[in-house]
Design a protein around this ligand. Structure first.
Ligand code: HEC
Length: 207
């Protein structure tokens, strides 16, 4: 092989190495068999064949408790077709009786992230997933404000539904701590006018 060819090949190799190696990663590269690298993803609200109950959003493992949980509640989930625990949960007292301005802001934040998409910013059950029936969600979310049934629903019963889900609404026990679930219920009760809201000035003062 001619010396110039060797030098040329060497130069090309060096140039490729210099250009090719960069600590700035702009593309993910090509995966030859992506299914081997990534597990198959299921949409949150779509049917999921992996779990026996067909849901993607699963509650925490039975009998476990989150580290640092402030308001542990012992609740049993009803067996299919049974409602004793659901109605029994009406007697559960809400440990968070009212919200100060800061807690109201935080509860609203939790509500808007987790619930607003279905129940709507105004809690009227008309969020972007429902949109008067034009949205992609197949079932009307509860009108938490303005519907006598939900206005009268005890906090404990709401807590049961947030913990275990209700028909097409999934469980929120994995996403929200017990304290956050009670807070968001007190937020709903505040919006229903059942719990006194902090003064507007106090709310405005919270950054
Ligand atoms: C994917 C849509 C969706 C999301 C997100 C959602 N919900 Fe629901 N929710 C529903 C539907 C649908 C119902 C009506 C269930 C039924 O009775 O068939 C419902 C019912 C309820 C009820 C009444 C439960 C009962 O026992 O009848 C409460 C309270 C409630 N939701 C609160 C919440 C809160 C708080 C959040 C956020 C942490 C939330 N929901 C998130 C769809 C949703």
């Amino acid at each position: 092989m001619k010396r110039s060819t060797i030098v040329f090949c060497g130069l090309v190799t060096v140039i490729i190495a210099v250009v090719g190696c960069s600590d700035v990663k702009r593309t993910r590269g090509t995966a030859y068999m992506p299914d081997m690298a990534d597990s198959r993803a299921y949409e949150t609200y779509s049917a999921n064949p992996v779990f026996a109950d067909g849901r993607t959003s699963q509650g925490p493992v039975a009998g476990t408790i989150k580290r640092g949980e402030e308001y542990p509640v012992h609740l049993e989930m009803d067996k299919q077709g049974d409602t004793a625990n659901y109605f029994g949960s009406r007697a559960l007292p809400n440990p968070i009786q009212s919200l100060n301005a800061e807690e109201l802001k935080e509860s609203e934040r939790i509500y808007l992230i987790n619930c607003g998409i279905c129940h709507g910013q105004k809690l009227d059950g008309n969020g972007p997933l429902w949109k008067d029936g034009d949205g992609p969600f197949p079932s009307k979310p509860a009108s938490l404000v303005g519907d006598a049934k939900y206005e009268a629903m005890p906090d404990g019963q709401m807590f049961y539904s947030l913990t275990f889900g209700k028909n097409l609404m999934g469980s929120y026990a994995s996403q929200l701590s017990a304290k956050q679930r009670w807070m968001v219920i007190t937020y709903i009760k505040t919006k229903q006018g059942k719990v006194a809201a902090p003064t507007a000035t106090a709310v405005a003062e919270v950054k």
